[in-house]
Design a protein around this ligand. Structure first.
Ligand code: NAD
Length: 500
C-alpha cells in the first residue's frame, strides 16, 4: 500500500504551507483542504497565500535576482540539471503524490515526472546558450551590440492537469534565463508543487530564486498584475482566465506568455491503418482522463471507415479498467472534481438530445464501493456528433470521444479549422505527402503526423488563435523570459600611445 500524501510530502522534505525565501511559512490566505479525486477524501490541509504573501515574495524574488541574474548561465544550468537528477531519484514518491492529489493513473504520473525532468535537463543545457551578436552599423566606426538579458521577476501560474510538468516547463526556462520566479500552482494540486520547491532547495537553489505560493486564482491574479515588480507573467490555463489576466495586465504591461485551451481535430485519412490509429487515439484521449489541452477533441473519420473504427474502438473500450490510479493496472482515473463530471455529463446529454448516439461506455469503477465518493466519468464513445454541438465547440476535458464523419479532404480541413482554438492537431494516414498537405493546412501550433504525443522539451510549443501567445520548450521557451537590449556604440579603437 503506498504511503499517505502527508507522509509522502514530509518524506520529500516539504510542508503544506508556502515556500518563501527558502523557508516554509504559513500563508495569510486561510486553510484549504486538498482532496483525492478518486475517493473524495481529504489528503492534506494547506494554507493559501494572500495578497501580502505575494508582495513579500516579490520583495524576496527581487533581492535574489540581484545575484542570480549575474551567475554564469553554466552555473545556473548545473543546478537545474541537479533538479532533473533528483526528480529521477524521487520519481516513485512524486508520482504517488501526484496520483493522490490529481487522480491520473500511476503509470501516467510516472511519465509526468520524467517529462518534468526532461525540461530541467533541457533548460539546464540551454542556460549556456543565449548568444548575443555584434552587428555592423551603417555609420563608420560604430557597431551594434545585441544582448539578451533576464527580464526580471517572473510570476508563473499553472493548472491542475499536469501540476508538476507545467511548473517544470516554466520554472526551468525562467531560471535558466536568469529570472527569479514566484510560482502559483493550482489550488487543487498544490502538494506536488511544494515537493518540487523542496527538491530545488536540495539541489542548491539559493533562497528566493523560486517561491511557491499556492493561492486562489483571482487573489493571485490581482496581486501579480497589480505589482510592477512582476516583469513577466506566464500563465497556463483556460482561455477565459487568459483573457482576464491579459486585461488586468494593461496596468503595468508585463511580458505575457499565455498557454490556453485547445479544441484539437484528429483527422483520420481514407488510407489510414486503423490498427495503428486506434491504440494512439485511445492513449491520447485517455491521458489524464481526457483532461488535456492537446487531447483529441473532435475525431474526423471518413464515412466509409466509421463502422470499422467503431468496432475496433468498442473492443478496446470494453477492456478498459477505470478506478483509483494507485491500484495497479488502471487505465483511467477520475476527473478532478464532481463539478467537472457534471459539466462533461451536460455536454454528452446535450449531444445525445441533438441526435448523437452513445456506442460504448465503460463503468467499471462502479464495481468498487470505496470509489463511491470519487469523481469518475465513464469513458464514452459517441457517433453522430455534429460541428454545431457544444461537445464539438468546447473543450470536453473528459474521457469522451466524439466521432464526426466527413466526405472529402477539403471538408475535413475546413471543419477542423472552424474553431476559435488553434493549439494542436493530429493527422493519420499512409500517404505521407497527403498527410503533410493536410498538416500544413491545419491552424494549430503543433501537428502530429502518425504521432499522438509530439510534445518534447527540445521543441517550441504554443498556440495560435485563442489558444494563446508565446512558447514553452525549445530555445524559444528561454526567450520568453529574456529581453533584448541593443547598445549602439563607437567601435573600440587602438589608442595611439607612444612608449612610456
Ligand atoms: P484555469 O484557467 O481555471 O486555472 C489555471 C490557473 O490559473 C490556476 O492556477 C488558477 O488558480 C489560475 N487562475 C484562475 N483565475 C485566475 C485569475 N483571475 N488570475 C490569475 N490566475 C487565475 O484552468 P484549469 O481549469 O486549471 O486548467 C484547465 C485549462 O488549462 C484548460 O482550458 C486547458 O486547455 C488549459 N491548459 C492549457 C495548456 C497549454 O499548454 N496550452 C496546458 C494545460 C492546460
Amino acid at each position: 500500500m503506498p504511503d499517505s500524501a502527508k507522509d509522502l510530502l514530509a518524506g520529500l522534505g516539504a510542508q503544506p504551507v508556502l515556500f518563501r525565501d527558502g523557508l516554509w511559512c504559513e500563508g495569510s490566505g486561510g486553510p484549504l483542504a486538498v482532496l483525492n479525486p478518486a475517493t473524495g477524501v481529504e489528503i492534506a490541509r494547506i494554507t493559501l497565500a494572500g495578497p501580502s504573501d505575494f508582495a513579500a515574495a516579490a520583495t524576496g524574488a527581487e533581492a535574489a535576482l540581484a545575484s542570480w541574474r549575474h551567475e554564469p548561465g553554466a552555473a545556473r544550468g548545473e543546478i537545474l540539471k541537479k533538479v532533473a537528477a533528483l526528480l529521477s531519484v524521487k520519481r516513485q514518491a512524486l508520482a504517488e503524490l501526484l496520483t493522490q492529489e490529481q487522480g491520473k493513473v500511476l503509470a501516467q504520473a510516472l511519465g509526468e515526472v520524467d517529462y518534468a525532468a526532461s525540461f530541467f535537463q533541457w533548460f539546464g543545457e540551454e542556460a549556456r546558450r543565449p548568444v548575443g551578436r555584434l552587428q555592423p552599423h551603417p555609420v563608420r566606426d560604430r557597431e551594434y551590440r545585441v544582448k539578451y538579458a533576464p527580464a526580471g521577476v517572473a510570476c508563473l501560474v499553472t493548472p491542475w492537469n499536469f501540476p508538476l510538468a507545467q511548473g517544470a516547463k516554466k520554472i526551468a526556462a525562467a531560471l535558466a534565463a536568469g529570472c527569479t520566479a514566484v510560482w502559483k500552482p493550482s489550488e487543487l494540486t498544490p502538494l506536488v508543487a511544494l515537493a518540487l520547491g523542496a527538491l530545488m532547495k536540495e539541489a542548491g537553489l539559493p533562497p528566493g530564486v523560486l517561491q511557491v505560493l499556492p493561492a486562489l486564482g483571482p487573489v493571485a491574479g490581482e496581486a501579480m498584475t497589480g505589482d510592477a515588480r512582476f516583469r513577466v507573467i506566464s500563465l497556463t490555463g483556460s482561455t477565459q482566465t487568459g483573457r482576464t489576466v491579459l486585461k488586468a495586465s494593461a496596468k503595468h504591461l508585463p511580458r505575457l506568455s499565455l498557454e490556453l485551451g485547445g479544441n484539437a481535430p484528429f483527422v483520420i485519412l481514407p488510407d489510414a491503418d486503423l490498427d495503428e490509429v486506434v491504440p494512439d487515439l485511445v492513449k491520447l484521449k485517455l491521458l489524464c482522463s481526457g483532461q488535456v489541452c492537446v487531447t483529441a477533441n473532435r475525431v474526423f473519420v471518413p464515412a466509409a471507415l466509421e463502422a470499422a473504427l467503431i468496432e475496433k474502438l468498442s473492443q478496446v473500450w470494453r477492456g478498459l479498467r477505470v478506478g483509483d490510479g494507485l491500484q495497479s493496472g488502471m487505465d483511467v482515473g477520475p476527473l478532478i472534481h464532481a463539478q467537472a463530471c457534471a459539466r462533461v455529463r451536460g455536454l454528452v446529454e446535450d449531444a445525445v438530445s441533438g441526435g448523437a448516439e452513445i456506442v460504448a461506455e465503460n463503468r467499471s469503477h462502479e464495481a468498487h464501493a470505496s470509489l463511491a465518493g470519487g469523481s469518475f466519468f465513464p469513458p464514452t464513445l459517441l457517433r453522430g456528433v455534429r460541428d454545431d454541438m457544444a461537445l464539438a465547440q468546447e473543450e470536453i476535458f473528459g474521457p469522451v470521444l466524439p466521432l464526426l464523419t466527413y466526405g472529402d479532404m477539403d471538408e475535413a480541413v475546413r471543419r477542423s479549422n472552424a474553431t476559435a482554438a488553434g493549439l494542436s492537431a493530429y493527422v493519420y494516414g499512409r500517404d505521407l505527402s497527403q498527410a503533410q498537405a493536410v498538416a500544413d493546412a491545419l491552424e494549430a501550433g503543433i501537428v502530429g503526423i502518425n504521432e499522438w504525443r509530439p510534445l518534447r522539451a527540445e521543441i517550441p510549443f504554443g498556440g495560435t488563435k485563442s489558444s494563446g501567445q508565446g512558447w514553452e520548450g525549445g530555445e524559444e521557451g528561454l526567450r520568453e523570459f529574456m529581453e533584448i537590449k541593443v547598445i549602439s556604440a563607437p567601435s573600440p579603437r587602438l589608442r595611439a600611445s607612444g612608449p612610456r
